[in-house]
Design a protein around this ligand. Structure first.
Ligand code: DGT
Ligand code: CA
Ligand code: CA
Ligand code: ZN
Length: 587
């Protein structure tokens, strides 16, 4: 059993116990256990198998025994028995907005609702609205959430496919007959969600490679299989297509299957203008063309672009939104890369709703090679996330100062910040006096999502106008495939950020990727900077920056646009710049 499986089981136990009205401390223990198992820095399942878990903080005896059982037997009797009291589909209900354990328990006990399908019928029949604690408004919210999910039923977030992509590429590359293997399609273009995954190999023995692919251990079923292509389903339901081509065809197929379709259409037009037709296999002279240009040899994708008098276009830019013109005139941006990041802001610790302590987070960041870590736990209005009071925040600042004395000799630094709630009227959850003591502030909306656009926009702009608000957190509040963005006028927010020198984050959680890549070209033109923020709630969460990098690249951003590419020694000035500009600290 993998650590992810074990963590999921702990999380589900917490949910089921909560539904049964178990004592909150017991529920919390399983939830903390799940976080811990996910983010533990050693091989926790191996330790569990050997009964060597004693002394790990946050893991009591009951959970240690359960982990041991899972690591040695591959199952957990306690969970099996608990689960047997509910239908398997019960967990879907937790993905519906507005439903928590108490409401789900009431629906289950009162109406026998145990799946999203049941819930939809019960809402439509009017029986849910009659349950105590529900009402017409709640029912409407549930129905909206179900509709939104249905509209996105065949999409996957990056966190749902990322590991699978790496596993498949490795399995393909290990095959002796494969010379090159790549992932293409929307995944290669760094889209925030994908419908299916498209793989490509070059080989002289396509049939052997196709056979290998359809027999990979995680293949659930084979949708189609031919001599040079096949499609399968992976365990989470995502479809994976594979095509096999020769090495001469590979660059053409790679370009073609990377798309986007719109980019391909525009590129083919350019080829036609030279007298060539372009498909997934080659350039060929257009039949009957008066004077087709000579076709140069092509060994890689870059040579296809070169043949068309274009600079190489990174896959993330291939959306036909101006990249071809920029490539023609040598004006493509040099896109930011993961290696450029020097630190990260917006991270949570056990002080609010994170799973790792300040020190654990700092050490994890340091181990990743980062020079600094910004802490941004929740503020007091986010009580459901154990947000900090003024007293606890000031104590955390002191704790950070002490740790920094220790880290100074290692060239590492913690920044004291906070993710301060933007209240309904746009005022902030901490006073200016308190915020002035922080190195920086991330301001975010966490409640009252249903305001009309003008009101929500005014609320956010009011927060932006506060000189202590260094950056704006997850600007639209969307949860990909689960909750739509709230109504907000993004161009107006961008203008306000530009006028005040407020940074807009790219929240790198695969659930958010907010602000969306489609807005960044505008933001960049207006001079707005970003910070790629993992919003980490565990040490492992720090790695979500890989998703944020994709969004930044898709938004045409360079390292100069991303403040956390700056080294320690320079980034401090950027954190203070807005306060200086707005005159609350001396220049
Ligand atoms: P998605 O929907 O997330 O799977 O998005 P893509 O872009 O991966 O779309 P997919 O899997 O249907 O096709 C992969 C690529 O193959 C696509 O980006 C461009 C290329 N392609 C597919 N069908 C066509 C087509 O009819 N015309 C052209 N020009 N290209 C196509
Ligand atoms: Ca695809
Ligand atoms: Ca496809
Ligand atoms: Zn937040």
């Amino acid at each position: 059993m993998t650590r992810e499986d074990a963590a999921t089981i702990f999380e589900r136990i917490a949910v089921l116990l909560e539904m049964q009205g178990e004592n909150p401390f017991k529920v919390r223990a399983y939830r903390t256990g799940a976080e811990l198992v996910e983010s533990f820095s050693g091989d926790i399942m191996a330790l569990a198998a050997e009964n060597r878990l004693a002394g790990i903080k946050g893991l009591g005896e009951a959970l240690r025994d359960k982990l041991h059982e899972m690591a040695t037997t591959g199952r957990l009797e306690f969970y099996e028995e608990l689960k047997a009291q509910f239908p398997d589909t019960i967990f879907e209900l937790f993905e519906v907005q507005g439903l928590g354990p108490k409401k789900i328990a009431a629906l289950h006990a009162g109406l026998g609702v145990s799946s999203i399908a049941d819930l939809k019928l019960a809402c439509e029949a009017g029986t849910v609205a009659k349950l105590s604690g529900f009402g017409a408004k709640v029912v409407q919210k549930i129905l909206d959430s179900i509709t939104f999910r249905e509209q996105h039923a065949s999409e996957f977030r990056l966190d749902q496919v990322h590991a699978l992509v790496l596993d498949i590429l490795e399995a393909l590359r290990q095959h002796p007959n494969v010379s090159c293997a790549e992932v293409c399609g929307s995944f290669r273009r760094g889209k925030e969600t994908v419908h299916d995954l498209d793989f490509l190999v070059s080989t002289k023995q396509p049939e052997a490679v196709i056979e290998h692919f359809v027999q990979l251990p995680f293949v659930v079923d084979v949708i189609a299989k031919g001599a040079t292509k096949a499609s399968i389903h992976a365990p989470n339901g995502v479809q994976c297509d594979l095509r096999a081509v020769s090495s001469q065809e590979f660059p053409f197929a790679l370009a073609y299957f990377t798309g986007s379709k719109e980019h391909n259409v525009a590129i083919r037009q350019r080829a036609l203008a030279k007298g060539w037709s372009l498909n997934e296999y080659a350039f060929t002279p257009v039949e009957g063309h008066a004077s087709p240009a000579a076709i140069p040899p092509v060994h890689d994708e870059a040579e296809i672009y070169r043949a068309l008098d274009l600079d190489y276009i990174d896959p993330e830019l291939r959306e036909n939104t101006g990249e071809i013109d920029a490539a023609e005139h040598g004006r493509l941006p040099r896109l930011v890369q993961l290696e450029n990041l020097r630190g990260v802001f917006h991270n949570h610790t056990t002080a609010s709703d994170g799973g790792a302590t300040l020190r654990e987070m700092a050490e994890a960041a340091h181990d990743l090679g980062l020079q600094y870590l910004g802490i941004a736990d929740h503020s007091k209005a986010s009580f459901q996330a154990n947000g900090l009071s003024e007293t606890r925040l000031l104590a955390q600042i002191q704790e950070i100062k002490k740790l920094n004395e220790e880290y100074a000799s290692e060239g590492f630094r913690l920044f004291a910040g906070n993710e301060v709630d933007i209240l309904k009227d746009g005022s902030l959850d901490f006073s200016d006096e308190v915020m002035a003591q922080l190195d920086y502030v991330v301001a975010s909306v966490h409640n009252v999502f249903n305001l009309p656009e003008a009101e929500m926009t005014a609320r956010i702009i009011r927060a932006i106008e506060n000189p202590h608000v260094t950056m704006l957190g997850h600007v639209t509040g969307r949860l990909l495939l689960q909750r739509p963005a709230y109504n907000v006028n993004i161009p107006a927010v961008i203008d306000a950020a530009a006028a005040t020198g407020t940074i807009i984050e790219i929240n790198a959680s695969a659930w958010r990727l907010d602000m969306d890549w489609r807005w960044w070209k505008l933001a960049r033109e207006k001079g707005v900077k970003t910070s790629i923020n993992p919003d980490a709630h565990s040490t492992r969460g720090l790695q979500d920056v890989i998703y944020g990098i994709k969004t930044a690249r898709k938004g045409w951003l360079t390292r100069k646009d991303v403040i956390n590419c700056l080294p320690l020694g320079e980034v401090e000035g950027v954190l203070q710049a807005k306060r200086m500009k707005l005159g609350v600290v001396a220049k």
